[in-house]
Design a protein around this ligand. Structure first.
Ligand code: F0G
Length: 454
C-alpha cells in the first residue's frame, strides 16, 4: 500500500470545530444548500478549494515581515520580478490581484468579437471572461479526458486532430489564441504532457496563432511530467517548467494556488503582447509594481514560486490525493482516476444514480457529505454551468464533487477520516435526493445561488 509522508512539520495550528449533526443540518439549510455560503466556523475539514487555503512556509512568513512598502518601485516587487524571469524564463511581467484578473486583461486584449478560443478544457472564470469579451470557447479534449475510470497519464492533453479541424472550420483569423491549462482543473486536476504541448505549438506555428498558458496548477502538472513522461524523469524541476513555458506566448497564473499566497500575474517574452495588456493594469488592478497585491503577498509569492522547484514540496499534494483516491477506488467508490493534482473528485452520476443530473446530483452530494461529516467540498457539475442563451439548464459533461486538498494543510489521519465518511455515505446513498434553485444568479451562479431539496 502506498502511504504518503509529510515532508514538513506543523509549527502553527488552527483549532477546528466539529459541530453536532443537527447543527450541520441547520447550517447547510441556512446556506441555501450551497457549500460556498457556509460559515467556515461550521466546517470541520475545508476541502472547498486549494485556492488561497494552502499552508505557507516559515520562509514565506519571514519574507512577509521584511516587505518593502511602496506604492511604486517596491524592492519586494523587484524580488518577484527577478523570480519570475528566473523560473518562467520570460522578460515582462504584469502583477494582478488574482487569476481571474489576468483572464480579464488577456481576454480584453486578445479576444475578438465572435472569436473562438480552443482549449484543452475551460475553467469557470476563464470561460466567463472570454464570453464577457465577446468570444466563445471550444474544448478540444481527448476521448480519455471525461472517462471517470482511466489510467491515462495525461488526461489534460489537447486532441491535436480536433485542433487542426477546428482552426480549419472557423478560420485562423477567428481564433484569437489557443489556451492550454496546466493541471486541468475541472476534469480533476489532470496534467498534459510536454509532448502534447509541443504538438499544439506546431499547429499554432503553422497557423500563426498564439498560445496562452494558464499555469495556476503548474506545480502538480510538473510533478506528473517528472513522474510520468519518460523524457523528463531525470530532469530538474526548473528544466521542465522552462520546457513548458518556452512553448507559450502569454503565461498567467493564480498565486492563490501556485505560490500558496494570494494575487496573480501575467508573464510574456514579447514586448508587443506586454504593451497590449500593460495599460489595463493601472486601470483595473493597481500600479505596475503591485497590481492589487499587498507587498507582503508579493514577498510570499516570490518565495512560494522558488519553493515549487523542490520535489519534496510539489509531491505533497499529489501524493495525499493519490492516497485518498486509491483508497476510495479500492472500496468501489466512483472517483476520477488516475489521481490528479487538485483533489479527489467523486462522480455524482454513479454515486447517486437515482438523482437526475438536472436535479444537481453533485450539489446534492456536497450537501449530504457536509451533513454526515462536516467536510466541505465543491460542486463541479451542472450548478457550475450557467444556463444557455435560451435559459435552459446545461447538463455538465462531468458531474463531480471535488474534495480539494489544500497544500500541506491536512494530516494523514484527517485524510483517513475523509475516506471513512465518503465510504459511509456511499453505503447510505439512497438517503440523498435532488435539489432545485430558489435564488439563481445569471452569471457564475454556483458562487451565491441558493437551492433547496426538491
Ligand atoms: N485558472 C485556473 C486553472 C484556476 O483553477 C483558477 C481558480 C483560476 C484560473 C482563477 O484564479 O481564483 O485566483 O481568480 N481556481 C479556484 C478553484 C477558484 O477553486 O479551483 P483566481
Amino acid at each position: 500500500e502506498f502511504v504518503p509522508l509529510e515532508m514538513h512539520k506543523v509549527r502553527v495550528v488552527q483549532k477546528l470545530n466539529l459541530l453536532p449533526v443537527e447543527e450541520r443540518v441547520k447550517s447547510i439549510e441556512g446556506a441555501g444548500c450551497n457549500t460556498f455560503l457556509l460559515q467556515n466556523k461550521d466546517v470541520f475539514l475545508d476541502m472547498l478549494t486549494d485556492s488561497g487555503t494552502n499552508a505557507m512556509s516559515d520562509q514565506q512568513v519571514a519574507a512577509m515581515s521584511v516587505a518593502d512598502d511602496a506604492y511604486a518601485g517596491s524592492a519586494s516587487y523587484e524580488k518577484l520580478y527577478n523570480t519570475i524571469v528566473d523560473i518562467l524564463g520570460t522578460e515582462y511581467f504584469l502583477p494582478v490581484h488574482q487569476g481571474r484578473a489576468a483572464e480579464h486583461i488577456i481576454s480584453q486584449a486578445f479576444v475578438t468579437k465572435d472569436g473562438v478560443v480552443p482549449m484543452n478544457f475551460h475553467f469557470t472564470t476563464t470561460k466567463a471572461h472570454i464570453e464577457y469579451a465577446g468570444g466563445s470557447i471550444d474544448e478540444l479534449f481527448t476521448d480519455e479526458a471525461l472517462k471517470i475510470k482511466s489510467n491515462h497519464p495525461f488526461k489534460g492533453n489537447m486532441d491535436i486532430d480536433k485542433l487542426k479541424a477546428k482552426i480549419a472550420t472557423v478560420g485562423k483569423e477567428n481564433v484569437p489564441y489557443v489556451r492550454m491549462e496546466a493541471g486541468t482543473n475541472l476534469i480533476g486536476g489532470q496534467p498534459f504532457s510536454i509532448a502534447n504541448m509541443r504538438e499544439v505549438r506546431e499547429v499554432c506555428d503553422t497557423n500563426d496563432l498564439l498560445i496562452v498558458l494558464d499555469i495556476s496548477l503548474i506545480a502538480e502538472n510538473i510533478y506528473f511530467i517528472k513522474t510520468r513522461e519518460e523524457e523528463f524523469k531525470d530532469a530538474d524541476i526548473k528544466t521542465i517548467i522552462r520546457a513548458m513555458c518556452d512553448l507559450a506566448d502569454v503565461i498567467y497564473f493564480s498565486g492563490r494556488k501556485v505560490s500558496c499566497t494570494r494575487g496573480g500575474g501575467i508573464a510574456t517574452k514579447s514586448k508587443e503582447h506586454y504593451l497590449r495588456m500593460r495599460d489595463m493594469v493601472p486601470l483595473f488592478e493597481g500600479f505596475l509594481t503591485y497590481g492589487g497585491m499587498s507587498v507582503r503577498e508579493i514577498e510570499a509569492m516570490a518565495v512560494g514560486l522558488q519553493e515549487i522547484l523542490d520535489m519534496n514540496m510539489i509531491s505533497q499534494s499529489p501524493q495525499f490525493i493519490k492516497y485518498l483516491v486509491d483508497d476510495l477506488d479500492a472500496a468501489g467508490i466512483p472517483v476520477v482516476t488516475p489521481a490528479g493534482g487538485l483533489g479527489a473528485h467523486l462522480d455524482a452520476k454513479q454515486f447517486l444514480p437515482h438523482v437526475p443530473q438536472l436535479e444537481y446530483s453533485a450539489g446534492a452530494l456536497a450537501v449530504a457529505l457536509y451533513i454526515i461529516s462536516g467536510i466541505r467540498g465543491m460542486e463541479r457539475g451542472t450548478i457550475s454551468m450557467d444556463r444557455d442563451a435560451d435559459g435552459n439548464d446545461v447538463a455538465s459533461e462531468v458531474e463531480l464533487l471535488r474534495l480539494a486538498m489544500p497544500r500541506r494543510v491536512f494530516t494523514l489521519s484527517q485524510v483517513k477520516y475523509v475516506a471513512d465518511r465518503v465510504k459511509w455515505l456511499y453505503k447510505n446513498r439512497d438517503l440523498v435526493g435532488g435539489l432545485e434553485f430558489y435564488d439563481e444568479p445569471k452569471v457564475l451562479r454556483f458562487f451565491v445561488g441558493r437551492l433547496k431539496p426538491n
